[in-house]
Design a binder for this molecule. Structure first.
Ligand code: RIB
Length: 304
């Protein structure tokens, strides 16, 4: 099986269940806050570990209790964490998350150690990239570090997968050239292209990204499944699976990781996307980020 390397963020999530997402200027009450391991990078790594991939995490935490907890949780899922940097005098990343009654979330990330992941760190970790087959990236570490990693990985012949969340104000056009598969959700797709979401120009938006050098654009559509515009398969729609969503946190992270796991097993991108859709459908029925990610056995036991 091919080896996965995740380069990205680790956060301790502080999750508050709320009746509704607070409006601008509004104060609302909730009874408690729950601490759950998260971070878009770490969620991908955790999901890949649970799905039995050979997966390594590369990122940074602070020298604090939250950092240790995050690494222990990843290690329990079988993720190689030895190379995660423990940064002195820096706090581990945190995320404040509200989840409303519809299961939709709203997230503020306090980057902490994630913001310290530098190009020099990537050079020091070059061996990790050399020994991986598939490199997964997201945008919760500095954009220049993402771009540098993608460029290096691509030059070494690796498959590069980017979840462009959160989409930065200025997304470097150069980055598109180093990506084999990009996995935005619908909002992120339109944000990247500058198109108006209300106009619903999915094909055009995915085509816009393809023209910039990305071989495959895989868009998650929530309750409507997923959409693939692929250099090999053309346009493919992955049908929705109907479930009762309670919390969508980490569904996109798990989707990306699950697709990568199947590619690592030698499956094609259509099969990979379809498996990823099944995994994400389970994630949204459970609360939290890493707490919601199923084992391989649980995915295989699902009848959908
Ligand atoms: O994608 C979900 C993740 O986004 C959360 O776990 C939170 O940490 C933020 O990074």
């Amino acid at each position: 099986m091919d080896k996965l390397l995740i380069v990205g963020s680790l956060n301790m999530d502080m999750v508050a269940d709320v009746d509704h997402t607070p409006l601008t200027g509004e104060t609302i009450l909730t009874r408690e806050i729950t601490l759950i391991p998260g971070g878009k990078g770490a969620n991908q790594a955790y999901a890949a570990g649970k799905l039995k991939a050979d997966v390594t995490m590369f990122g940074a935490v602070g020298e604090d209790g939250y950092g240790n907890t995050l690494l222990e949780n990843l290690a329990k899922a079988g993720v190689h964490v030895e190379n995660v940097i423990k940064r002195k005098h820096t706090a581990t990343g945190m995320a404040f998350i509200t989840v409303n009654k519809e299961g939709d979330n709203s997230i503020v990330v306090i980057s902490g150690a994630n913001a310290t992941m530098s190009v020099e760190d990537i050079d020091l970790g070059r061996k990790l990239i050399e020994s991986a087959d598939i490199v997964l990236l997201q945008m919760e570490i500095p954009v220049e570090t993402v771009c540098y990693t993608a460029k290096l990985a691509k030059s070494l012949g690796k498959t590069v997968i980017l979840d462009p969340a959160p989409v930065p104000d200025s997304f470097p056009a150069e980055l598109y050239r180093y990506i084999d598969i990009i996995k935005p959700n619908e909002t992120e797709l339109y944000r990247l292209t500058g198109m108006n979401p209300a106009e619903n120009r999915m094909e055009e938006a995915a085509g816009w990204i393809r023209e910039r050098g990305v071989g495959n654009v895989l868009v998650t559509l929530g309750e409507q499944g997923a959409y693939l515009d692929s250099e090999l398969f053309g346009i493919v729609r992955i049908p929705a699976i109907t479930v009762q969503a309670v919390d969508t946190t980490a569904a996109g992270d798990a989707f990306t990781a699950a697709a990568a796991v199947k590619l690592a097993e030698g499956k094609d991108l259509c099969e990979a996307a379809s498996f990823a859709n099944r995994v994400a459908s389970i994630v949204v029925t459970r609360k939290g980020a890493q707490s919601s990610i199923p084992t391989l056995e649980e995915v295989l036991a699902e009848s959908f």
